[in-house]
Design a protein around this ligand. Structure first.
Ligand SMILES: Nc1nc2c(ncn2[C@@H]2O[C@H](COP(=O)(O)OP(=O)(O)OP(=O)(O)O)[C@@H](O)[C@H]2O)c(=O)[nH]1
Ligand SMILES: [Mg+2]
Length: 314
C-alpha cells in the first residue's frame, strides 16, 4: 500500500511547514486568533466579542462562527474556553478531511479534471499534485487543456519539463474537449496511472465556458464511462465569500467531487475553509500554502486547527 502523504516529508516536517506558512504574515488568521488569547486580562464578554469579530472578518462565515461562539458560551466560566474552540473548529473541518485515494482504482488512467475561476491556482496546484503523485510512485501525464491562451500551454509544458512528466498539448485555440480526448488516448498508450487535465479559468457566470467544461467531461466519459474520476474545483482561499458562491455554481453545473483551497499562506481571510466545510459536503483534498512545488499539503483538520491555535492556552 502506498503512502498517502507527501513522501519525503514526514508528519512533523509537514506540520512545521504548515505552521510557518499559515502564520507568515502578521495579520494572518492564525495570528489574529492567537492574538486574542495573548491578552490575559480580557474579560470573557470582550473575548467573545473580539473572537466573533475575528471569525467574521476572516470569512469563517456566520453559521460556522456561530458554532464556534456557541462552544465558547457553553464552556464553564472558570475554565479557559480554548479547548472548546479547538474541539468545535476541528469538528467543523473534519467533515471535509477525506484524502484522495487513487491506488485502489481499477481502470487506468485515473482521470482528474481541474476547474476553477481565473487565477485560482489551478495550473500551479496541478504541478504540485503531479509531483506528489509521482513521489507516491504513480506514472502521471498532464494535459494542457487550457487551450485558450498560448502562455497557458507554455506554463504547463514548463512544469512538465521541470517534473519530467509528459504533457499532452495542442496549439492554443484548439478545442479543449478534443485535446482531452487525445490526452486520454495517449495516457492509455503510455500506460499512465493518472491523467491530470488543466482547464482555462472561467467565471461561473460564463455559460459558454461552463458548457465547454461539460463537453470535456462528456468526451472523457466516451473512452471510460467512469471518467473523469475526480473533478477538483480549485478555490483561491483569499477570495472570501466568493469561494462559496463559486462552489455553489460549479457544483450545480458540473458536479464537483472535491476542492483544493489555495493561497492560505498568510492570508487574513484564511477562515474560508470553515465556511466551505460547514456549507458543503465536499472533501478538501489539499491546501495550497505557497508558490513552491512542495507547498501543497494533504488537508488534515487537526493539524490545521493546531497551527491556528499554536501556543494558545499553553
Ligand atoms: N502564495 C500562494 N500563491 C499561489 C498558491 N497557489 C497558486 N499561487 C499563485 O497564484 C498565481 C496564479 O496561479 P495559476 O496556477 O497560474 O492559476 P490558474 O488558476 O491556473 O490561473 P488561470 O490559468 O489564469 O485561470 C500564480 O502566481 C501562483 O504562483 C498558493 O498556495 N500560495
Ligand atoms: Mg492556469
Amino acid at each position: 500500500m502506498l503512502e498517502n502523504n507527501i513522501s519525503g516529508m514526514n508528519k512533523s516536517h509537514m506540520f512545521s511547514k504548515l505552521l510557518k506558512q499559515l502564520r507568515r504574515k502578521k495579520d494572518s488568521f492564525g495570528n489574529r486568533i492567537s492574538g486574542l488569547f495573548g491578552n490575559k486580562t480580557l474579560v470573557r464578554e470582550d473575548l467573545l466579542q473580539n473572537l466573533e469579530r475575528v471569525l467574521l472578518t476572516s470569512d469563517v462565515g456566520i453559521k460556522a462562527s456561530g458554532r464556534i461562539i456557541a462552544a465558547v458560551k457553553n464552556s464553564s466560566h472558570n475554565e479557559s474556553p480554548i479547548e472548546n474552540i479547538r474541539y468545535e473548529m476541528q469538528r467543523i473541518l473534519e467533515a471535509a478531511q477525506q484524502p484522495l485515494t487513487i491506488e485502489n482504482h481499477q481502470k487506468q488512467p485515473f482521470i482528474i479534471l481541474v476547474v476553477g475561476v481565473n487565477g485560482a491556482g489551478k495550473t500551479t496546484s496541478i504541478a504540485k499534485l503531479a509531483k506528489n503523485l509521482k513521489e507516491r510512485g504513480l506514472m502521471v501525464v498532464l494535459a494542457a487543456g487550457d487551450t485558450f491562451r498560448a502562455a497557458a500551454v507554455e506554463q504547463i509544458q514548463e512544469w512538465g519539463l521541470r517534473l519530467n512528466l509528459p504533457v499532452i498539448s495542442k496549439p492554443s485555440g484548439s478545442d479543449p474537449a478534443s485535446l482531452a480526448y487525445e490526452a486520454h488516448q495517449q495516457a492509455i498508450s503510455l500506460g499512465a496511472d493518472v491523467l491530470i487535465i488543466d482547464t482555462a479559468g472561467r467565471l461561473h457566470t460564463q455559460d459558454d465556458l461552463m458548457a465547454e467544461l461539460k463537453k470535456i467531461k462528456r468526451v472523457i466519459g466516451k473512452q471510460d464511462d467512469s471518467a473523469p474520476h475526480e473533478v477538483i474545483l480549485v478555490l483561491d482561499g483569499t477570495s472570501g465569500q466568493n469561494t462559496l458562491k463559486q462552489t455553489e455554481i460549479f457544483v450545480k453545473e458540473i458536479d464537483i467531487s472535491s476542492l483544493i483551497v489555495t493561497k492560505l499562506d498568510g492570508t487574513a481571510k484564511g477562515g474560508a475553509l470553515f465556511n466551505l466545510a460547514n456549507e458543503f459536503e465536499l472533501p478538501v483534498r489539499y491546501i495550497g500554502i505557497g508558490e513552491g512545488l512542495d507547498d501543497l499539503l494533504e488537508f488534515d483538520a487537526k493539524d490545521f486547527v493546531s497551527s491556528l491555535l499554536h501556543n494558545v492556552g499553553d
